[in-house]
Write a protein that binds this ligand. Structure first.
Ligand SMILES: Cc1ncc(C[n+]2csc(CCOP(=O)(O)OP(=O)(O)O)c2C)c(N)n1
Ligand code: SF4
Length: 490
């Protein structure tokens, strides 16, 4: 028997094998007749033909299309609901040579992600966005999407979408083409083979424009969702043709080159920007020849106005001067004054993997609330520095060491409560011996213009160091006394 000639085969941009659990192994995640598989195929073929598989990064959203990462053998990033075009922005800016694809459904892009897509388009991010418009939330069982048609029933518009109550369908291609920056915006459809071929062309064009660095490209694809529409695949295609096309006219909404703008600003390094002097490399060499620095992860917590965030910034900047990899992650509520605030600071020899600090080496608790909230996160080898003469009554024993530093009182005696955070910084420096106090003075000198306040801050650091020294000596003496007593009693 003659061999069949293979005229069509799976794109090499798809994984050789799709992993699925149990009895689902022989089917894809997508329902029969769903448009996602078709759009996947068009994108995969285009990437393969362009020879850009190794440079492609796919950003999967939330929705049925999240499963894209099981199929595309490319770089894959999964974004929180609606954030795909923002994530794609970051991925592209960090990797300008890559081909970045933001793939999003209508719930994802046009409801929860409205702000992200508009601003990515308006900034002219050099990414390609494929917007799969099936006029409904597919994955979650058929809630109304911004693109749901007037009169169309959904679980959240059971009487059909009524403009008086739910507004009108959102025309995303039209909306984005009112902006200056996008270079290419087209709406295509999957309702018959002729249109699938047009969609194929549009997908290619968007990716080619991105490859050539042209600018923001956007293809909206009218796509069937037979399961949620409760139709057969054939009925779904017909429904697109008869109902959706009237509301979402197909066509090219934008296809133009951007006029060149000359608005580049001089590029400076972080060290130059922060007036740190020298390069990071020089600092690394210098720090390697001086003292060994252990990694340090700190949580500084208190209320807004106590200089919590500034203390973290100073520490991070000191780390940078010492050639460390650093991160500073602030967190505060809507009430910046008097509300709770904390920041995580990491000082490390290697690049910081995550700026989150779940179990700090040191917790600087500037007030009682922070002490109660965060002390339990400090491990047995960690230390708490508490701003107070003694611990609050009834405070439970902790795993790590606790030092009470009456920082507010010390700062008050120096003439200003504002220096409380600097007293705590002094205590922290004395405790950890990670960074020299001279470095703190240098950072402060660059930040504090008021000479009187600068002097008080430097004094506060010294006093904080002294306070911690005395406490540690006292704790050491106590521990010895306790050992001696034990030895005598044996
Ligand atoms: C922050 C957040 N809110 C809500 C959800 C629940 N959720 C999952 S998928 C989805 C709708 C996705 O619809 P669409 O973008 O139209 O994609 P489709 O499934 O139709 O392809 C929602 C609301 C979630 N995962 N995360
Ligand atoms: S629910 Fe709709 S969008 Fe989701 S896989 Fe099924 S047909 Fe596709």
């Amino acid at each position: 028997m003659d061999e069949y000639k293979v005229i069509e085969q799976k794109s090499p941009v798809f994984y050789e094998k799709y992993e699925r659990k149990g009895e689902l192994q022989h089917q894809t995640h997508y329902c029969p007749g769903c448009g996602h598989g078709v759009v996947h195929k068009l994108i995969a073929e285009a990437i393969a033909d362009m020879g850009l598989q190794d440079r492609s990064i796919f950003v999967s959203p939330v929705g049925c299309s999240v499963f894209a990462y099981y199929y595309f053998d490319t770089g894959n990033v999964q974004a929180a609901h609606g954030r795909a075009s923002a994530v794609a922005t970051a991925v592209k800016r960090a990797n300008p040579e890559s081909l970045v694809i933001s793939y999003q459904g209508d719930g994802d892009l046009a409801a929860i992600g409205t702000a992200e897509i508009i601003h990515a388009a308006n900034r002219g991010e050099k990414i390609s966005v494929f917007f799969v418009n099936n006029a409904i939330y597919g994955m979650t069982g058929g809630q109304m999407a911004p693109t749901t048609l007037v009169g169309q029933e959904s679980t959240t518009s059971p009487w059909g979408r009524r403009p008086s109550n739910e507004g009108y369908p959102l025309h995303v291609a039209e909306l984005l083409s009112t902006l200056e920056a996008p270079v290419y915006v087209e709406r295509v459809s999957l309702h018959d083979n002729k249109n699938i071929m047009k969609a194929r062309k549009a997908v290619r064009k968007a990716l080619e424009l991105q490859r050539d660095g042209a600018g923001f490209t956007f293809v909206e694809v009218l796509s069937p969702c037979p399961t949620i529409w409760k139709m057969t695949p054939q009925e779904s295609r017909k429904w697109i043709e008869e109902k959706m096309l009237a509301v979402f006219p197909l066509g090219v909404y934008r296809d133009r080159k951007l006029a060149p703008v000359n608005d580049a600003v001089p590029q400076v390094t972080v060290n130059q920007l922060l007036e740190l002097g020298g390069t990071r490399e020089e600092a690394v060499v210098e720090s390697a020849t001086t003292e060994p620095h252990p990694d340090l992860r700190v949580n500084i917590a208190g209320f807004g106005g106590q200089g919590v965030l500034l203390l973290g910034q100073i520490l991070a900047e000191m780390g940078m001067r010492a050639g460390r990899e650093v991160s500073w992650l602030p967190s505060y509520g809507p009430e910046m004054r008097s509300g709770s605030a904390h920041c995580y600071v990491c000082l490390a020899k290697e690049r910081v993997g995550s700026p989150l600090v779940e179990h700090p080496d040191v917790l600087v608790a500037m007030n009682e609330i922070s002490l109660h909230k965060f002390a339990k996160q400090v491990g047995p080898h960690g230390t708490v520095l508490y701003n107070g003469a003694k611990l609050p009554a009834g405070f439970p024993p902790q795993q790590g060491m606790i030092y009470c530093v009456p920082a507010s009182e010390i700062a008050d005696k120096l003439g200003t409560t504002k220096a409380t955070n600097m007293v705590m910084l002094g205590a922290l420096l004395e405790l950890t011996h990670t960074l020299p106090k001279e470095s703190a003075f240098a950072v402060l000198k660059a930040k504090v213009r008021n000479q009187k306040l600068l002097m008080v801050d430097c004094q506060a650091i010294d006093e904080g160091m002294e306070c911690l020294r005395q406490q540690r000596d006292a704790a050491f003496a106590d521990a010895h006394k306790h050992e001696d007593q034990l030895a005598h009693s044996r």
